[in-house]
Write a protein that binds this ligand. Sequence first.
Ligand SMILES: NC(=O)c1ccc[n+]([C@@H]2O[C@H](COP(=O)([O-])OP(=O)(O)OC[C@H]3O[C@@H](n4cnc5c(N)ncnc54)[C@H](OP(=O)(O)O)[C@@H]3O)[C@@H](O)[C@H]2O)c1
Length: 239
Amino acid sequence: MNLDISGKVALIAGGTGGLGKPITLSFLNAGAKVAVTYIRDDEIAALRNEAGDRAALLSTHAVNVTDDGSVRSAVETLVAKHGRIDILVNTVGGYAGGLKLWETDPQVLSQMLDLNLRSGYVLARNVVPVMLKQKSGAIVNIAARAAFDHAAGASAYAASKAAAVAMMDCLGEDLKGTGVRVNSVLPSIIDTPANRRAMPGADFGKWPKPEEIARVILFLCSDAARLIHGASVPVYGND
Ligand SMILES: NC(=O)c1ccc[n+]([C@@H]2O[C@H](COP(=O)([O-])OP(=O)(O)OC[C@H]3O[C@@H](n4cnc5c(N)ncnc54)[C@H](OP(=O)(O)O)[C@@H]3O)[C@@H](O)[C@H]2O)c1
């Protein structure tokens, strides 16, 4: 299958993170020009180092993607440089849980909605107009299995991820007939360094590798997936 995205311009929000970094590297290896947003700059050197020669195709932007004005100016910078944005992947998100709803501070709900819902909203509302002008584009928003599997102790997190899926479903309807595709991807626990640190006793071998999920996202963003629009794709095997 041809997953060549060479020459395409990809914006990967959170492209330095546990899942974001493997996505960035796989997109660079597939020949895309990749712009990543980040908050903590200590991860940038490692990313450039791992990208090797492909780092020439990489640009990095310190942007709070929950802030509309900051994202608007980052998008303007990208369009001024490349003339287009072909791919948007939003990996910005966060988890808070372990407490029952009535024990959870309202601040946690605000934080989950900002990271897991508002990020995708702000990114999409700034990037979609660029894609509409091109009459083409592919968007992938990372939600979570928790969007559909609603467990105890996860009310704020699950609600924010369920809302993110609903928002992308609506965006998919808004985009019908435009040539711009949008899909959600639903991971469960991923084998990231942060999860290994948080759950040292777990069987890491059972967790999907971020590189495996990055391959699915690369496929969804490639022309090979031109028939896939408005889907919520589970990426946690059959456990
Ligand atoms: N890891 C899992 O097991 C798992 C399971 C299910 C779903 N997911 C979802 O998968 C996605 C990626 O998870 P992950 O484990 O890769 O998370 P991560 O390692 O925490 O990465 C998140 C990335 O988002 C960036 N970020 C956070 N807040 C931001 C903001 N306001 N503006 C711009 N960037 C911001 C972070 O930048 P800095 O590092 O610079 O702060 C980081 O690069 C998230 O949506 C998460 O909810 C993950």
